[in-house]
Design a protein around this ligand. Sequence first.
Ligand code: SER
Length: 322
Amino acid sequence: MDKSILIIGACGQIGTELTLKLRKNYGKNAVIASDISEGNEELMESGPFEFINALDYKQISSIIDKYAINEVYLMAAMLSATGEKFPAKAWELNMNSLLNVLNLAKEGKIKKLFWPSSIAVFGPTTPKENTPQKTVMEPTTVYGISKLAGERWCEYYFNKYGVDVRSIRYPGIISWKTSPGGGTTDYAIEIYHKALTDGNYDSFLGKNTKLPMMYMDDAINATLKIMEAPAENIKIRSSYNLAAISFTPEEIAEEIKNFIPKFAISYHSDFRQSIADSWPSSIDDSEARKDWGWQHQFDLEKISESMLRNLQVKFDEIKTQK
Ligand code: SER
């Protein structure tokens, strides 16, 4: 069976880079990008695109028929900080989009499904350091509650209906191509932008707030790796813990100073501080490493070098276009 992939939420931070990578690997016509609005130029020019509202079951179903889709990546979601502003909307989008694709898979219209979960499934009662795969989970954000409920649904659909759904709990994802939207870990992206444009950054998280983070290249590799693994290797059908590195705002600022010595940071916590405080500082991802060979490549130094170099090129391009 030839691969025919649909990405829902293809224009977001992870969706954009995932689409580009899948098109590189499988050919542009094998990967259909979709979202409720258009993405950046690179994404839109890289292959087929369809408008899809992730809440519209019929629309998804007809696109699956149109392209004989067999694999779906559902990347549409409302993240933690925005979710606290629009709790009902966050629940509706995060839950019903997942149930739509799970039901399409149950009907046999999707053979393999990827759905991302998050470190937000954990809460203040979870062990903070080296958080185990199986532990106390009492999330306090709507985003976290929806991801935890989603994980339970994934496992349920696997056990009851044999749906081949695969999932990882992403930590904060750092990238330069497409901006993130409404996450608590987004400070670790803004800081690189501001380091280059202003030489200083006012952090919305306190200096000792340590969170699990990962570079986009690693996140994409993990996603492809779990999707390519033989079904029998996927022992966990809720969602896998996944980790690379952990750092605080103070530590990332120190790293940036190795590249931009005059860089300065200040701290003014806002409502996102209590979200960050409820999440783990580091994650035990040994199950992912054991079951499907997960390994990360990027440490904080490599991330910082790559972010500053790529953002500088992007800013210079914007300047010459003006
Ligand atoms: N990056 C996400 C957020 O901050 C966590 O999954 O909401």
